[in-house]
Design a protein around this ligand. Structure first.
Ligand code: 6R9
Length: 643
C-alpha cells in the first residue's frame, strides 16, 4: 500500500521519494529529465530576465587534467536578484501586502511584521544610500536591517561580505539572551586592525540602533558609551530618512558574483566561497519550493543565522524568491525560557520548521515538558541541516516536536553547493536519500574507483548544477586543489558516505575526521550515534588519538543532559554501549566529560580542535570560526591522561 505521511501531497517529488519502489517509473523519468537543459529552462521561465541567455543553461569543465575548472549558467543573460525576489512579486504577482517576515526579537516584547512592499521600499532606500559608497561589509545581528542591506547590495550589484571594506554596517549594541554586547566596540577594534593591515581603509560606518535600545527601557542601555568618530560614523536612521524610495536595479550578467561567504572552517582555514547571480537564484528558489513543499499560506521558519549559508539561502533568497512568509528570529532558543522555539511556532502558526541537530540536542536536554505548554499542530514539515543527525535527536524531533505526523527532511549540503544535495522524506529511517534535481553523486574508494551497490567511501559529484560555487575568492587554484584535484573529473565534497542495500545514501561525516583503529576505518557519526543512545548523554564527539598497539584509539567527549553526573559507572556503561552497537574494535579508550563542545558559529563540532586536545597539542592554529574560545581551555584542563 502507498503510505503518504501528509494528508495532501501535491508535490510529485515528495511523493516519489516516499514511494520510490512503486513509483520507480516516475523516478526514472525525473532522473533523466532533471539533467537536461529544457528542465532548467522551465525553471528559469518563472523569473525575470532583462536579456535572455545566449549560451546553454549550463557549461562546465570538472576535470583538472583537461583544463581549468569552470561552471557557467545562462551565459549572456541579464537579470537582478533583488528584482526577482521583490519587485517581481509586488508588481507581477500582487504580493505587496503579503508578510515577507515576522521579525521576532531577542526579547518577546520586540516584534514586527514586514510586508513585501515595505521590504521593497526599505531595500530601495538602503540601495540609494549604498550607491554613494564603495565596497560593503555587513556586521549585523538577525534584524530586518540585515536583510535590507543584503538585498540592497544585490540590487545595485555590490558583492556582499568582502574582506577589504570601505563601508561597513554595524549595530550599536545588541542583547544576546540576557547579555548586552557592544558590537560597535568590537567592530571598531576590527576596523582598527584593518587600517593597520590594509592600505585601504573604511571610510564610512553606518550604525543601526537596535530596537531594544530605541525604547524607554533601552535608554538605560546607552551606558555602552562607545566612542563616536564623527568623520566616519553615521546613524543609519538619519541617512535612510532622506533616501528616496525608488531605485532602479542594476542589470547584471548571469555569471556576475552575488556574494562571497567564508566556509565554516570546521577543519581548516576558512575559504571565501563565491556564488553568482543566475545559478544561485534558480537553485535556492527551486530547492526551497520542493524540499519544503512550499504553499502560499505557509509560515516558514529557519532558525539559522543569516551569516551562515543556510541563512543566505533559506532565510533570505530562497523563501523570498517563492513569495514565502518567514519568521526572522533574532534570539536564542533558551531565552527568556527554554520553550522559546515552541512559543514562536505557536504564535505564528509555523508550518515548516528548519533547524540544526545542535539546536535539537540542546533542547532535548530539557525534556518534553517545555513543549507540552504549546500548540504545535500547525507544523507540517521539519527540516534539519548542518551535521549528521544522530538517531536519538532524530527520534525526539520526529516524535516530541512533530508528534509523529511530520516528515523530517534531512538536507545535506555545503556552503559550496549552496543548496540541498540530498534530502530525506522518510519518517521511519534516518538517511539522506536521493539527490536533488541536477545532482549526480557517486561513491569512490581511496584509489578513485567508483563503487557500486552497497559501499562506503568518498562522496563526490559527477557534474555541476546551477548553484554550485564558482571559485574561491581571489584563489582559483585553492578552489581547484580543494575540490577537484584528489579525484579528477569529480567535485569532492570532503564527506564520507555509505550506500545501503536499497540504494539510500547516508552521510558519515567529514573524511578528515575518519577514525582508523587497527586498520578499521570508522566514521565519527556512527560512534557518536551509539554514545548518544545512552539516556544520560546529550551530545558526543569522537576523535582519534595515537595508540602504541592499535595505531589509533578512540577518544570520546560527552556532554551530559541536565542533572546527570559523570561517574566511573557511566564511563563503563558508555564503553559497553559502543562495543555492543559497533563491535569490540570500536571500544573507546578514553571518555572525557565535556560540559560544552567547541563549535563553529553555525553549530558544527570542531573535531580538529578536539583531536588536538586529546593529543595535548597546544598550538591550535586558526580559531577564527570558533564560537566560544573558553570552551577549549576548560576541555584542556580536564583532559584524560591515561585510559
Ligand atoms: C549547509 C552547511 C557543510 C558540511 C558538509 C557536511 C556537514 C551539512 C549535513 C551535514 C550530514 C547533513 N553537513 N548538512 N552532514 N547531514 N544534513 O552546513 O554548510 O557550513 O558549508 O557545512 O556540513 O560535513 O560537508 P557548511
Amino acid at each position: 500500500t502507498l503510505r503518504f505521511h501528509r494528508p495532501v501531497c501535491i508535490c510529485p517529488f515528495t511523493m516519489c521519494l516516499q514511494c520510490l519502489p512503486i513509483l520507480s517509473a516516475v523516478y526514472n523519468t525525473y532522473l533523466k529529465y532533471h539533467f537536461v537543459s529544457a528542465f532548467w529552462k522551465e525553471v528559469a521561465d518563472d523569473f525575470f530576465w532583462k536579456k535572455p541567455a545566449t549560451g546553454p543553461m549550463l557549461q562546465y569543465n570538472f576535470d583538472v587534467t583537461i583544463g581549468n575548472i569552470y561552471v557557467k549558467c545562462m551565459e549572456g543573460a541579464k537579470t537582478n536578484m533583488c528584482y526577482n525576489v521583490l519587485d517581481r512579486l509586488v508588481r507581477e504577482r500582487n504580493l505587496g501586502e503579503k508578510v515577507a517576515y515576522y521579525w521576532e526579537g531577542n526579547s518577546p516584547d520586540h516584534h514586527m511584521a514586514i510586508t513585501y512592499s515595505q521590504l521593497l521600499s526599505q531595500v530601495c532606500r538602503c540601495a540609494n544610500v549604498l550607491k554613494k559608497m564603495d565596497r560593503v561589509s555587513i556586521y549585523l545581528p538577525m534584524i530586518p536591517e540585515l536583510v535590507y542591506t543584503m538585498l540592497a547590495c544585490a540590487r545595485i550589484g555590490a558583492v556582499h561580505s568582502i574582506v577589504v571594506i570601505h563601508t561597513v554596517f554595524i549595530i550599536y549594541g545588541v542583547y544576546r539572551g540576557e547579555k548586552l554586547i557592544n558590537l560597535k566596540q568590537i567592530a571598531d577594534e576590527a576596523l582598527e586592525k584593518c587600517r593597520e593591515i590594509a592600505s585601504s581603509s573604511v571610510t564610512k560606518c553606518l550604525i543601526v540602533k537596535h530596537h531594544a535600545l530605541r525604547t524607554k527601557s533601552g535608554a538605560a542601555c546607552n551606558k555602552l558609551q562607545t566612542p563616536w568618530d564623527s568623520e566616519c560614523d553615521v546613524w543609519w536612521e538619519e541617512v535612510m530618512r532622506d533616501s528616496p524610495e525608488e531605485c532602479e536595479p542594476e542589470w547584471l550578467d548571469a555569471e556576475d558574483p552575488l556574494f562571497i561567504l567564508y566556509t565554516s572552517g570546521s577543519t581548516g582555514k576558512p575559504k571565501g566561497v563565491l556564488h553568482t547571480v543566475a545559478g544561485y537564484l534558480l537553485y535556492t528558489s527551486l530547492t526551497f519550493k520542493y524540499v519544503f513543499d512550499h504553499h502560499h499560506d505557509d509560515v516558514y521558519w529557519c532558525t539559522a543565522d543569516i551569516g551562515w549559508i543556510t541563512g543566505h539561502s533559506y532565510i533570505t533568497y530562497g523563501p523570498l524568491a517563492n513569495g514565502a512568509t518567514s519568521v526572522l528570529f533574532e534570539g536564542i532558543p533558551v531565552h527568556p525560557h527554554v520553550g522559546r522555539f515552541w512559543e514562536i511556532i505557536e504564535k505564528y502558526k509555523v508550518t515548516k520548521f528548519y533547524t540544526a541537530p545542535t539546536a535539537i540536542r540542546l533542547l532535548m536536554k530539557y525534556g518534553r515538558e517545555p513543549l507540552q505548554k504549546y500548540d504545535l499542530s500547525s507544523l507540517r514539515i521539519l527540516g534539519t541541516v548542518g551535521e549528521p543527525i544522530n538517531p536519538e535527536a532524530w527520534q525526539w524531533y520526529h516524535e516530541a516536536v512533530g508528534k509523529g505526523r511530520c516528515p523530517v527532511v534531512d538536507t545535506f549540503w555545503q556552503t559550496e553547493t549552496v543548496k540541498h544535495s540530498y534530502l530525506t522524506l522518510n519518517p521511519h529511517l534516518i538517511f539522506q536519500t536521493f539527490p536533488f534535481f541536477g545532482v549526480e553523486p557517486t561513491i569512490l574508494n581511496e584509489h578513485g574507483e567508483e563503487l557500486e551497490g552497497e559501499a562506503e567511501g568518498y562522496l563526490v559529484f559527477r557534474r555541476p548544477w546551477p548553484g554550485i560555487m564558482r571559485t574561491v575568492y581571489r584563489n582559483h587554484e585553492r578552489f581547484e586543489n580543494s575540490y577537484f584535484k584528489k579525484f579528477p573529473g569529480f567535485y569532492v565534497t570532503g564527506d564520507g558516505c555509505r550506500r545501503d542495500k536499497d540504494g539510500y545514501y547516508w552521510i558519515t561525516g567529514r573524511t578528515d575526521d575518519m577514525l582508523n583503529v587497527s586498520g578499521h576505518l570508522m566514521s565519527t557519526a556512527e560512534v557518536e550515534a551509539a554514545l548518544t543512545e545512552h539516556p544520560a548523554v546529550a551530545e558526543a564527539a569522537v576523535v582519534s588519538r595515537p595508540h602504541k598497539v592499535k595505531g589509533e584509539c578512540l577518544y570520546c567527549f560527552v556532554s551530559l543532559k541536565d542533572s546527570r553526573e559523570f561517574t566511573h559507572t557511566l564511563v563503563e556503561e558508555l564503553k559497553r554501549l559502543v562495543r555492543e552497537k559497533i563491535g569490540p574494535i570500536a571500544t573507546p579508550d578514553f571518555i572525557q566529560n565535556a560540559p560544552a563542545l567547541p563549535k563553529t558559529r553555525s553549530g558544527k563540532i570542531m573535531r580538529r580542535i578536539l583531536r588536538q586536545i586529546a593529543r595535548n597539542e597546544k598550538d591550535l592554529g586558526d580559531l577564527s570560526t570558533l564560537a566560544d574560545p573558553k570552551v577549549v581551555e576548560e576541555l584542556f584542563s580536564q583532559r584524560c591522561e591515561a585510559a
